[in-house]
Ligand binder design. Structure first.
Ligand SMILES: Cc1cc2nc3c(=O)[nH]c(=O)nc-3n(C[C@H](O)[C@H](O)[C@H](O)COP(=O)(O)OP(=O)(O)OC[C@H]3O[C@@H](n4cnc5c(N)ncnc54)[C@H](O)[C@@H]3O)c2cc1C
Length: 426
């Protein structure tokens, strides 16, 4: 095929994509649309998720060109598809492993924002050891019947659907006996109980299944291949944990569609509103040091300098990983480091906030510094080193997969899961 400047003739370029999306938006966009009405139009055009496959609402553009499209949407204030919350992970997992029927039923409504999702992976006895899940799925009559319990399920209290990892076979080693399901959260067999965290928020839940039902067409991929599908979900979750993600924010423009989008974001992002605090709020450190006069203390200055250096290095490392991804190159080790470094930055930031604020940092509520925000940082930061895989688990992954060190000794991978000793009744 003919080539020009390393590119195939006819291949989209930044300029051609920009011209095409601009022309489409000029002809199509109006703030008078209803949110779902507009998003359906957008999905049909292929400009809502331009990097997705052509058969599934996309244009197969490289990620770097998707950014060009996003910038044009931002420039003119056009609303995009729904991307907040677990729906991002659900869409990525179903695109990779779902059947055509599942893609047809779930992808569009996820993009329009009509459906919300949660991730039913962790259990009381299996968080780090996710493959040790005990929730069981048995095929009875014409459907799967689910019994067991999940824990830490963010957003389960307002989710329509859950990505469920459950055990279907106890006679094989643990990773091989798991299957992946799409579970209807709004059925009598599912009970969601919110948990209150030490920072006062209640963003995650316990979820109990008592003969909950899943129709056979909502089994994702093959029976026994649940671990592979779950790994896809986790990979996308960890990729978003590098500190670069911007939290869903509505536009402040006026108009019906913006009002509807703000209302959607307020609901979906409610469980995540403390997430900036859990990242340590490095952005507040200098401002606080100046406001309190602590910027003249040499020890405090030194600690602030260390923190800002670490945070900047982490940001640049994450940007390198992101750039590799945008260019379609495999991520190097920096992709695995992002999550671990994000927790180091958060912990260092909490320490510096304490140095600056002193004992008052413990005052929560309106009486506390910044209306209790500093106290919220201190009690939210520990979550970063747990959510989406703990620091120790990230270190194991880096040691084994990046540094190619010998695998951690295991005694539970080579025998039927039913024979593996457990600390809970199965
Ligand atoms: C804010 C937040 C939101 C979350 N949202 C969800 C959600 O939506 N859905 C969901 O399914 N889960 C969710 N989780 C759960 C999260 O994935 C688990 O908490 C996490 O994987 C750790 O599991 P665990 O809590 O059972 O800890 P455990 O696995 O019991 O770990 C306890 C300690 O032992 C260490 N440890 C365990 N195994 C090893 C090992 N092999 N080597 C070295 N050390 C080890 C751990 O690092 C940790 O320090 C969320 C958690 C948080 C904090």
């Amino acid at each position: 095929m003919e080539k020009s400047a390393g590119r195939r003739v006819g291949e989209p370029t930044e300029a051609s994509v920009l011209a095409e999306v601009r022309a489409w938006l000029e002809a199509s966009w109006s703030a008078d649309y209803g949110l779902v009405e507009w998003r359906n139009k957008l999905i049909d055009s292929g400009w809502g998720v331009p990097s997705w496959p052509k058969g599934w609402y996309g244009r197969e553009l490289p990620m770097a060109l998707e950014l060009v499209v996003e910038e044009e949407f931002n420039r003119i204030g056009a609303v995009g598809v729904a991307k907040t919350g677990i729906r991002r992970l659900a869409a990525a997992t179903l695109l990779a492993h779902g059947s055509d029927w599942q893609k047809e039923k779930f992808l569009r409504r996820s993009l329009t924002g009509e459906d919300t999702w949660c991730q039913l992976f962790s259990e009381p006895g299996s968080g780090s050891d996710l493959a040790g899940a005990l929730t069981r799925a048995e095929f009875k009559g014409n459907r799967w019947v689910i019994n067991g319990q999940k824990l830490w399920t963010t957003s389960a209290h307002h989710a329509d659907w859950g990505l469920l990892l459950a055990r279907t076979d106890w006679s094989v080693p643990k990773h091989q006996g798991l299957s992946f399901f799409i579970l209807d959260m709004r059925q009598p067999g599912v009970e969601v109980r919110p948990l209150r965290q030490m920072n006062g928020h209640a963003s995650f839940n316990q979820v109990f299944f008592t003969d909950a039902e899943v129709p056979p067409e909502q089994l994702v991929a093959e029976v026994g291949s649940g671990w592979t599908a779950a790994t896809t979900t986790l990979m996308h979750e960890r990729r978003g944990a590098d500190g670069l993600r911007t939290w869903g924010k509505g536009s402040d423009r006026k108009g019906r569609i913006y009002d509807e989008e703000r209302a959607e974001i307020a609901t979906v992002m409610e469980p995540y509103k403390w997430y900036p605090q859990r990242a340590g709020r490095v952005d507040l450190v200098l401002e606080r040091a100046k406001a309190t006069g602590r910027n003249s203390d040499p020890v405090v200055r030194q600690e602030i300098a260390k923190l800002l250096t670490l945070a900047k290095a982490a940001e640049w490392t994450a940007l390198r990983a992101r750039a590799a991804q945008l260019q379609g190159r495999p991520q190097g080790p920096e992709g695995s480091l992002g999550k671990l470094v994000a927790s180091q930055v958060a912990r260092a930031a909490a320490r510096v906030h304490t140095l600056i604020t002193g004992a008052d940092a413990m005052l929560s509520g309106e009486d506390g510094p910044m209306n209790g925000l500093i106290a919220e940082i201190l009690v939210s930061v520990p979550a970063v080193s747990i959510a989406g895989g703990t620091d120790e688990i990230q270190r194991n992954i880096i040691a084994e997969r990046v540094l190619q060190m010998p695998k951690e000794p295991r005694s539970d991978n080579d025998r039927p899961f039913r024979d593996v000793p457990k600390n809970v009744v199965s």
